[in-house]
Design a protein around this ligand. Structure first.
Ligand code: MLT
Length: 231
């Protein structure tokens, strides 16, 4: 029997883009894929990602009902409808809407996986649901958003949580990054919170204001959402 295979990129673009036979998981724990999971949980119809905020605005303006969403420097982009806080994405704002999403790093992870036949948003807030959704997938590519081309601990740790679970159920690690993250992924919910709250990105978000500290706490809550959503 052929074992399922999981590969990881610690930053977008580290490997050639996976194609249609692959299941892709984009991870930007702080905050894009946590926020977008919340948005889809609250009924957002679809996510269209852009590297450039101007493209998101153009999409919003050409598509009635769409919302322009995302951030630069952690703050809402001028002219956008929503920023990058999960608490903005309430049902009343997003249900049935297309989200034209442009964030600094999360969008890059999402775009790196656009060729995959199946595409999931992954974060600690829905990590167990991601693992369940990946059961039976023969080829899994996980892309961590990182931070402006550099490694980000919270994304690698979340990838590690997912990879550990896949290896435990018989998958094989298909590259060194998958082998690495499997060794550093947290094992318990309490470890997740401490790890996310202590990482560099959290340390830049929290001083921006109390609502950012609330975002970090939410993004550090393992399995706050029991479902997995596509992008
Ligand atoms: C990103 O995509 O770069 C992040 O989600 C930034 C943020 O925390 O707003």
């Amino acid at each position: 029997m052929i074992r399922p295979r999981v590969v990881v990129d610690l930053v977008p673009g580290a490997s050639p883009a996976p194609g249609a036979r692959w299941t892709g998981v984009a991870i930007d724990v702080l905050r894009a894929t946590s926020t977008l999971t919340q948005a889809r949980e609250n009924g957002a119809a679809r996510i269209v990602s852009f590297a450039d905020p101007a493209e998101a605005l153009a999409f919003r303006d050409a598509n009635p009902g769409a919302l322009a969403c995302g951030e630069r420097g952690g703050r809402i982009v001028p002219g956008f409808d929503l920023g990058n806080s999960p608490f903005e994405y309430v049902r009343e704002r997003v249900e049935g809407r297309a989200l034209a999403f442009a964030s600094t790093n999360g969008s890059r992870a999402i775009l790196a996986l656009r060729g995959c036949g199946t595409r999931w948003l992954g974060a600690f807030v829905n990590a167990s649901a991601v693992v369940r959704a990946l059961a039976g997938a023969p080829l899994v590519a996980i892309v961590c958003a990182g931070k402006e081309g550099a490694f980000a601990l919270e994304d690698a740790a979340c990838a590690g949580w997912i990879v550990q679970a896949l290896l435990d159920s018989g998958a094989e690690a298909g590259n060194d990054a998958a082998r690495l993250v499997a060794r550093v992924g947290p094992r318990a919910a309490g470890e997740v919170r401490a790890l996310v709250e202590g990482c560099d990105h959290a340390r830049t978000l929290v001083p921006l204001g109390r609502e950012y500290a609330r975002d970090v706490a939410f993004c550090a809550t393992l399995d706050a959402i029991g479902a997995v959503h596509s992008f």
